[in-house]
Design a protein around this ligand. Structure first.
Ligand SMILES: Nc1nc2c(ncn2[C@@H]2O[C@H](COP(=O)(O)OP(=O)(O)OP(=O)(O)O)[C@@H](O)[C@H]2O)c(=O)[nH]1
Ligand SMILES: [Mg+2]
Ligand SMILES: [Zn+2]
Length: 459
């Protein structure tokens, strides 16, 4: 499931976060991300491998890309930490300074709204993406997940960029290989109680300027040929006819060359096998950033990981097109205040994932707010009139404390797979095949994911 619609600070759903009012989200974040959906990206890599330098170069390149590619717009949203980060990045690049080591704390999310991307971002309906980035300190990947709490957002992250400086691995005092980075992520996810984790990895070989005697010739040529490299220092270049699609065709060949290269590195075969066995998307890139001391070429191929990420970002279109029917019970026995809050939670969770209509059990007219539904007079617990009215491709979530009288009539209908009955009480006799006891907010989230993927849950 895509959890990126949560708050990147507290990792609760945005409505829950809003109610608690403690997180420093950009102004209007909840609304903006409706049309500019978020993609969360975390960089993972050992200390000093070039993660922070990479992020600040990328931020500047995005800023300058706005000048270079007509229509493209990158906007930092009203978020002080992001604006401070940009200012520091500009200063560092202009003055050829080095990045200082990132503090070993929970990384502060940074927000970049990318509009009119020069790339088809997942679906025609989506022209932009809100990039939410987490630049974690390298220490967090060496203590075998010991400080997993600082990475509590990781189970919600779709994309992890594994930044590896092979030169630093080679010269480090401890014998560490690339596989260790992957194991460390796995162990963190386990400690956080998550089985899923990211669905996309981009392996980024950083400091490629130090690898000129080992990288494949094709990769070195590709790095030096970057049409965007001058953008790091110069925003006035206008790129005519720049096409990310064409750019990525070349990048795809390089990704294959770099995968073969990765296999030859110490621990590399295991690393590639571990990634491939996970069945996730994997791409390989190599970059040179402005952190390279003798860098007359500017930054090389710094935007490749981003292009890969946006090209393969989870598609939001099916989610936006999905339709839900939430059926709530107005019977006084069922309308306790706790049921009311569950109702509201369901409504929020479903609305984030598709168009949601609300019905009252026993009433085939949609659109009451859950509150007025409670005040309405009691009606018999019948679902038939609602099911007959709604389209067959809807997913139905019923919240009731009463047995629904006509449910057995639908046992062998198409609703068997498309309707989930949630209740705060256990039903004694012959419950609906998909029934769930709800006793906490977390149960609501589980219920919604079960409703969306009944087949997966059944396995
Ligand atoms: N030669 C070379 N050096 C680089 C490159 N990118 C970064 N560096 C240098 O690598 C050092 C570490 O960079 P950082 O970006 O701070 O590394 P980090 O991964 O963020 O490290 P932590 O925050 O400690 O985890 C700095 O001295 C950079 O100047 C590069 O492309 N080539
Ligand atoms: Mg850093
Ligand atoms: Zn929050």
């Amino acid at each position: 499931m895509n959890y990126e619609t949560r708050c990147p600070y507290c990792v609760r759903s945005l409505p829950e976060c809003r109610a608690a009012a403690v997180c420093d989200l950009p102004a209007g974040y909840e609304q903006r991300t409706q049309s500019v959906p978020p993609v969360w990206v975390m960089s993972a890599g050992f200390s000093g491998h070039g993660k922070s330098t990479f992020w600040s170069d990328m931020a500047i390149l995005l800023e300058n890309l706005g000048e270079a590619v007509p229509g493209f717009l990158s906007n930092y949203m009203a978020h002080q930490p992001t604006q401070d980060f940009i200012k520091a990045a500009r200063y560092r690049v202009r003055n050829h300074q080095q990045e200082s080591a990132t503090l070993n704390t929970r990384p502060e999310p940074l927000f970049f709204e990318l509009n009119h991307l020069p790339i088809k971002a997942g679906s025609p309906a989506v022209t932009g993406r809100t990039l939410v980035i987490f630049d974690a300190a390298g220490e967090l990947f060496t203590s075998a997940g010991g400080e997993s709490e600082k990475l509590n957002f990781l189970p919600s992250v779709s994309t992890v960029w594994l930044l590896v400086s092979l030169k630093d691995l080679e010269s480090g005092s401890e014998p560490v290989t690339i596989s260790e980075l992957f194991y460390s992520l796995q162990s963190t996810l386990q400690k956080l109680g998550s089985e899923n984790g990211p669905t996309r990895f981009v392996v980024v070989f950083t400091k490629a300027d130090l690898l000129s005697d080992s990288l494949p010739e094709s990769v070195i040529r590709y790095l030096l040929d970057d049409p965007l490299q001058s953008l790091i220092r110069n925003s006035a270049t206008v790129l005519r006819g720049f096409s990310v699609e064409n750019y990525l065709k070349e990048a795809a060949k390089i990704s294959a060359d770099l995968e073969a290269f990765a296999v030859e590195q110490p621990g590399g075969r295991q690393f590639v096998n571990l990634l491939r066995r996970k069945g996730v998307d994997v791409s390989f890139c190599a970059v040179v950033t402005s952190g390279a001391p003798e860098n007359e070429h500017g930054a090389c191929r710094v935007l490749d990981p981003l292009f890969w990420t946006l090209l393969h970002a989870p598609k939001t279109e099916p989610e936006l097109n999905r339709r839900f029917t939430l059926v709530v019970d107005n019977h006084e026995a069922g309308a306790s205040s706790s049921l009311q809050s569950v109702m509201q939670t369901f409504r929020n969770l479903l609305s984030r994932r598709g168009r949601t209509s609300v019905y009252t059990l026993g009433n085939a007219v949609a659109g009451q707010s859950p509150h007025s539904a409670v005040a309405a007079s009691c009606r018999p617990a019948l679902i038939g009139p609602i099911l007959e009215r709604i389209s067959k491709d809807e997913l139905v979530l019923v919240l009731t404390a009463r047995q629904i009288l006509d449910l057995p009539d639908f046992r062998n209908s198409e609703w068997r797979e498309r309707m989930l009955v949630c209740s705060p009480v256990e039903f004694q006799d012959d419950p609906w095949p998909q029934t769930m006891l709800i006793s906490s907010q977390q149960d609501c989230e589980i219920a919604v994911s079960r409703l969306i993927r009944p087949a997966v849950e059944a396995n």
